[in-house]
Ligand binder design. Sequence first.
Ligand SMILES: [Zn+2]
Length: 395
Amino acid sequence: MSAAPPFTLVGARIWDGASAGYLDGADAVVVADGRIAAIGRAGRLIRRGEAIDVGGRAVLPGLIDCHVHLCLDPSILDPQAQSRGNDDDELAAMGARAESMLRAGITTARDLGGGRFLELSLRDAIVRGEARGPRLLCAGQPVTSPHGHCHFWGGEAADAEAARAVIDRQHRRGVDLIKVIATGGNLTRGSRPREAQYDEATLAAIVAYARELGYRVASHCHGTAGIRASAAARVTTIEHCTWLGEGGSGSDYDPEAAATLAANGVWVSPTINSAWRRHIESNDARVARIGANFAAMRAAGVRLIASTDAGIPNVRHSDLPAALPIFARYAGLTPVEALRAATSHAAQALGIENETGTLEVGRAADLIVVDGDPLSDLACLASPHAVIKRGQRIL
Ligand SMILES: [Zn+2]
């Protein structure tokens, strides 16, 4: 992709993605060749290109959604009814979703599954500058048991040997990570979210093989048995992590499994979208239970990353900025902690912390400019004043 012309943002309050507050003694960011060339006082650093005065607005890293599905149309309620169009039509629809993400300030996203590898084509088209969208990391077809959750995406494997063949196929297609379905899921008919899909030894063998090929592993888990097996197998991230028991969501929290998550450095990606607001408003009993589980996980040292599962019914791909305040409410996070989960910590979990997630010299120039004070009120993320990805100005 040809590099955008250099420019210098001035008059900025800069949050770097990690610090407790805005940077002292810095109000300007120099962007050149798609990267951050300098951060400092406008009067002292060497400006490049046009000076853009952001008028005292906050400048922070672009957001990272750690769990999306670009192939899913959120207006279609049954995922098995999706993906009937030809590849060109599908890619056009996915491109529009990707562009909507970018406009919302999401400059990186991890795509956790599809059946036709079209999200990989979109990923590459974005890198080449032929399509607009976030930097994408793609899992391709999730490894799942026969008729298991998301089996319709083509990654069925009854045992470790079959799973290795599925992983080899993802590898040949050029995925960025491997996703394994450790428990049933809600959107697949006949699937039981509480039940583990693989025994511990099989799951461990699947994860070990993916690791051998150099991949990080995302593990879909609702029921506690799947969380326990995934924690022991040292997956990279646990998706959903619902602690689903007979009493419903959050009713089967296991302190030992949480301790293993922490000890093994496994990140939890709880896929909380903005629609969860309604549970808070209705004062659902689950809210207190889920909140208590988050408090216990955090006390145990489990690290959290932000994710929405965008693409599932009624969750638009641009949901993350609206979801973050809800995520913060459930998980008991300060705005700064929630923002780290969507920037620097997300980048660490995805293994791209040397590329994005923080505002530092040499990183990709992925940043958003927002009105108000996001470090005290996440609501101001909802309508960014500007979005810049790899040095390209989007809004
Ligand atoms: Zn998902």
